[in-house]
Design a protein. Structure first.
Length: 125
């Protein structure tokens, strides 16, 4: 049995979803993704808040990552309590009831030469 790794609180200070894309959907749709790894024996119940420079945060968005699984969560797919706006700078905070690991990835396909960015989120707790 592997010990659960990670933290219960994570932050991604940078977020932006371009309003348009270049290439076939859904593979080349410009997007932001949080890759969430749960190595514990329990399902992780994760709440996500989105922060902006000019308005109150929205959330929580709620997602479950099953025990000993990973989930690639596209911010573009978050709909409740409201969709994450396009062409808008934002940041995000993740709270989980069990330790998880969060990695941030962006695909920017506005040009035919795609750009991919990936970085670890900040472990805050």
């Amino acid at each position: 049995m592997q010990k659960a790794i990670g933290h219960k609180v994570w932050a991604i200070a940078e977020g932006y979803i371009p309003a348009y894309s270049n290439g076939p959907e859904p593979q080349f749709t410009s997007h932001e993704t949080a890759c969430i790894l749960n190595t514990s024996d329990q399902d992780a119940h994760v709440k996500v808040w989105i922060y902006f420079s000019d308005r109150d945060p929205i959330g929580p968005y709620e997602v479950t990552v099953e025990a000993k699984r990973t989930k690639h969560l596209r911010f573009n797919d978050l709909k409740e309590p409201e969709p994450v706006p396009l062409d808008t700078d934002y940041a995000s905070v993740f709270e989980s009831d069990v330790p998880v690991v969060v990695q941030h990835t962006r695909l920017d396909s506005r040009q035919s030469e795609n750009a991919l960015l990936s970085t670890m989120a900040y472990p805050a707790g």
